[in-house]
Design a protein around this ligand. Structure first.
Ligand code: HEC
Length: 194
């Protein structure tokens, strides 16, 4: 018997994966949906690695940069706590430390940025007076004081969820790593306006 060798030419369909990164959708106002112009933010604090990364990816690198958290707290206490409470437990403004969000997009860093930068309803005005690094530092602080269930923390990766422990006010302390804000490194966290 003759053996026939069949050559099967498998034409492998090579899926061409585009090399260029998919551009981030523009930032939009939480209520109106209008495109937000981030050029209206102060010039200072833009030239920080974490800010540039965020503008490319929509993910806030400060969430992972513990050294910068005291600055986040400092800005939070001067710009937000009067309405949202000292540890974001809620006051005239809603709590920001639980898993209920009026605007579910705030579960993503991009959505949270849009709400803070552009503002919401009524008393929640735009915060485009803050430097972009300051805004991202505040956001990292808000993520840090989260006390809700880890499963619903959409901003955390599966790896980050494993390591996350809900925030507890440090014992014997008012809420305060605030003094350390001054010693946090500018090169990493970006400059502070005040
Ligand atoms: C003058 C009071 C006031 C100040 C100051 C203020 N907020 Fe608010 N904030 C509100 C009110 C009131 C709402 C509810 C408005 C709405 O639902 O649109 C709100 C809503 C929000 C929301 C949406 C919450 C959700 O459930 O989706 C976020 C996020 C937020 N504020 C963050 C901040 C941050 C960060 C700061 C500081 C940079 C700040 N706010 C400063 C009053 C304030």
């Amino acid at each position: 018997m003759m053996k026939f060798t069949k050559w099967i030419v498998a034409s492998a369909a090579v899926a061409l994966i585009p090399l260029a990164a998919v551009a981030l959708e523009p930032f939009r106002h939480t209520i109106t949906g209008d495109v937000l112009d981030i050029e209206t933010a102060p010039k200072e604090g833009r030239d920080v690695e974490a800010v540039k990364k965020f503008l490319e990816t929509g993910v806030n690198p400060f969430n992972e940069m513990k050294e910068c958290l005291p600055r986040g707290e400092y800005i939070y206490l001067s710009s937000c706590s009067g309405c949202h409470g000292h540890v974001a437990e809620g006051k005239v403004g809603p709590g920001l430390n639980d898993n209920y969000w009026t605007y579910p997009k705030n579960k993503t860093d991009k959505g949270l940025f849009e709400t803070i930068f552009g503002g919401g309803q009524g008393m929640m005005g735009p915060h485009n007076d803050l430097q972009l690094n300051e805004l991202l530092l505040v956001m990292a602080w808000i993520r840090h004081v989260y006390t809700g269930p880890v499963e619903t923390a959409k901003w955390l990766t599966p790896e980050q969820k494993k390591n996350f422990t809900p925030y507890k006010l440090p014992e014997g302390s008012d809420h305060g790593t605030i003094d350390q804000a001054k010693v946090a490194p500018d090169a990493l966290c970006g400059p502070m306006a005040k």
